[in-house]
Design a protein around this ligand. Structure first.
Ligand code: UGA
Length: 446
């Protein structure tokens, strides 16, 4: 099939590359000509494992191409995907749909024969219906069906998630459009990937409900971690014990510094606003939003108290600025909030992240960007692990201790064992577990 993908951002690019890998012919369109030119030369604007090979391979065999010429791309297409951004609207938390509607308008105007437009961008309930009305108003001479097909890709494993999804969700009232979508996803269909074919409203809500549920679940375990710290329980054991219940499962129960990224924060806020418009109070999701925001700042308090109650004039090494490992994305990363708050309390920051520097640098201000973890900790009063990159999981603790001014580690991802840290002579503070003092308690960054 001929597919046009509008938007060569994270979702558009991954989806375009994966559809072309399936054997479809995909033209990916972006209004940013510099981005298009870079892609034509095989340069990938984001870091996503496995993506570059896929893009280059399919470009070489002619099944994937890039252009800034949207009308030309959509005129040849059987299906046009909209994969443009839906950022939080300033002020009220609603999803900003201006890019989506602009794309619908331009695509509808360019189409010359009956077509299916598929919205992959995360959009609130009711958007597909509005988009379909808009498309038909702009171009009444042909039949345009607008379909909802949300994505469930995680940054860092997006290619794998696309190739082996848990499910595919398709929202349309048109049987013909549903058949075309089934054909498009034929490789998954043959693999017996569950397909939920439903109306557009249910499909749109599935996406938000899934993200809001996962965000609430993380928030739940984060609050349990706070309780564990006060009552002598260990949150990892609690999560394990809960997760072994088949009704609960063990995924997304890792306590940490709060969820971040380009999806959970914006989608939870938008869902609360959408529900308000319908007169419904989503108290659980609202609580997750508030608790998660507060959590990032409570992590700052934790770091400060681990350093003896004051960080003025002290140097803190931060390991990780990306919101999760295997991505260069630092949007709404807890690390940025933590760094900025520590700086405002008078701390000097030495920071390292394997991929996140470019995106984070403008937000971080006056900090020393280290070449690796050991460079970051050199001369620092304490080290804080904020992102669980694999390369931080097995640091040479003898070397680390020798390079630090004080052997203090705050591990916001629980990637070290408390006993091991104590035995290595560290004062070690983690999430939902009691602190251990391998060095003197009075050592706290004196
Ligand atoms: C999320 C969803 O997992 C995807 O299914 C969805 O498609 C995507 O949003 C989207 O809407 O586009 P993503 O934001 O890439 O994917 O990353 P996640 O792995 O879900 O992590 C989100 C945040 O939660 C990260 O800050 C991560 O550190 C945190 N997290 C995750 C925890 O603190 N604990 C956990 O147990 C899991």
């Amino acid at each position: 099939m001929q597919v046009a993908m509008i938007g060569a951002g994270y979702v558009g690019l991954v989806s375009a590359a994966c559809f072309s890998e399936f054997g479809h012919t995909v033209i990916c369109v972006d209004s940013d000509q510099t981005r298009v030119n870079a892609l034509l030369e095989g340069q990938i604007p984001i870091f996503e494992p496995g993506l570059e090979e896929l893009v280059v391979r399919n470009q070489e065999r002619g099944s994937l191409s890039f252009t800034g010429d949207m009308p030309k791309a959509v005129q040849q297409a059987d299906i046009v995907f909209i994969a443009v951004g839906t950022p939080s609207r300033r002020g009220d938390g609603h999803a900003d749909l201006s890019f989506v509607f602009q794309a619908i308008q331009e695509v509808a105007a360019a189409l010359q024969s009956d077509a299916i437009i598929v919205i992959k961008s995360t959009v609130p309930v009711g958007t597909v219906a509005k988009a379909e009305a808009l498309a038909r108003e702009v171009n009444g001479s042909i039949r345009i069906d607008v379909v909802s097909n949300p994505e469930f890709l995680r940054e860092g494993s997006a290619v794998e998630d696309f190739m082996r999804p848990d499910r595919i969700v398709i929202g349309t009232n048109s049987e013909d459009a549903a058949d075309v979508m089934r054909k498009l996803y034929r490789p998954h269909y043959l693999n017996e990937t569950p397909m939920v074919v439903t109306n557009p409203e249910s499909s749109e809500l599935i996406k938000y409900a899934a993200n809001a549920y996962l965000a609430s679940r993380i928030t739940f375990i984060n609050e349990m971690a706070d309780l564990c710290e006060q009552c002598g329980a260990d949150v990892q054991t609690v999560a394990k014990g809960m997760g072994l219940d088949g009704r609960i499962g063990n995924k997304f129960l890792h306590a940490g510094p709060g969820y971040g990224g380009s999806c959970f924060p914006k989608d939870t806020r938008a869902l609360v606003q959408t529900a308000k418009d319908y007169g419904v109070a989503l108290n659980i999701v609202q609580a997750a939003v508030t608790v998660n925001e507060d959590r990032k700042l409570s992590m700052v308090e934790k770091i400060i108290s681990s350093c003896g109650g004051d960080v003025r004039g002290k140097t803190i090494a931060i390991l990780g600025v990306a919101f999760k490992p295997n991505t260069d994305d630092t949007r709404e990363s807890p690390s940025l909030t933590i760094i900025q708050a520590l700086q405002s309390k008078g701390a000097k920051i030495r920071v390292f992240d394997p991929k996140g520097r470019k995106m984070a640098e403008p937000e971080v201000g006056d900090a020393y960007w280290a070449d690796d973890a050991y460079d970051a900790v050199t001369g620092a009063d304490a080290v804080v692990i904020v992102t669980e990159w694999n390369e931080f999981r097995a640091l040479d603790l003898v070397k680390l201790k020798a390079l630090l001014k004080h052997p203090i580690m705050v591990d916001l991802r629980n990637i070290y064992q408390a006993e091991e840290m104590a035995a290595s002579g560290f004062n070690y503070f983690s999430i939902g577990r009691e602190p251990v003092y391998g060095a003197s308690k009075q050592l706290l960054c004196a």
